[in-house]
Design a protein around this ligand. Sequence first.
Ligand code: NAD
Length: 259
Amino acid sequence: MQLADQAAIVTGAGSGIGRAIALAFAREGASVGVADINAASAQKVAAEIEATGGRAIALAMDVTDEAMVNAGVEKVVDRFGRLDAMVANAGIQIVHPIEEFPYEEFRRVVDIHLGGSFLLTKAAVKHMYPRRSGSLIYMGSVHSHEASPLKSAYVAAKHAILGLARTMAKEGGRHGVRSNVICPGFVRTPLVEKQIPEQARDLGISEEDVVSRVMLGRTVDGEFTTLEDVADIAVFLAGFGSSALTGQSMTASHGWYMG
Ligand code: NAD
């Protein structure tokens, strides 16, 4: 087991990629704080982990609410006695051409991805610095490196996460804390399923073309990245043994982005 005796918190862990990471961390021996704005889904995933012999607590948390983020991190430390890894994963997607993009929706996207990552980091390092150890893991995207039309808010937020993570590599380095970003290509989660009809409408093309041209057209093999691919990288980053690997973004996208 790669994460035996560790404790972690994963946001947006009630669904999709976050859920897959929470389950993989638990399988590798970590105790997991399963945080999500959807309390019922967080509870379901925590129950799933406990049913297979793992240790988890469900945390109802809106990552844009500083008090809720602080309380969630405290609960993990109270229950499990430590915090070794955080995964800032909670996210949403809203697509519009910029001239129709409501500012309120732009702000909501940036606030959840970037503000949520900032708040989780701030709460997590308080427990990592004194132990001179910890792994900060941010959920970026190929859109941390590339742009796509209609995604001004998401692309801006995902690029900004690289800046936050690199800053944390420098600030955290003095305290033995590592900071890295995972950048997946398209993974078939509810977040992506929702975009297929929306993009077909906005771009005036069929849903099949959204998948084969827009989402997978620049991969080397026309394949989606899987939940397991992303979870494997998160386990690797959480378990890596030294600060040799910090300030990096690791892309898993079937060759869509080669950076
Ligand atoms: P998803 O919709 O399946 O899961 C997102 C989860 O985040 C949901 O459970 C949702 O309730 C939760 N959430 C939303 N707002 C929240 C908030 N304010 N506070 C706490 N939780 C909140 O989506 P997913 O595809 O698993 O996406 C997870 C992350 O992966 C996101 O950051 C996304 O940008 C990133 N990502 C996804 C893909 C993809 O293709 N699916 C690709 C690259 C990056």
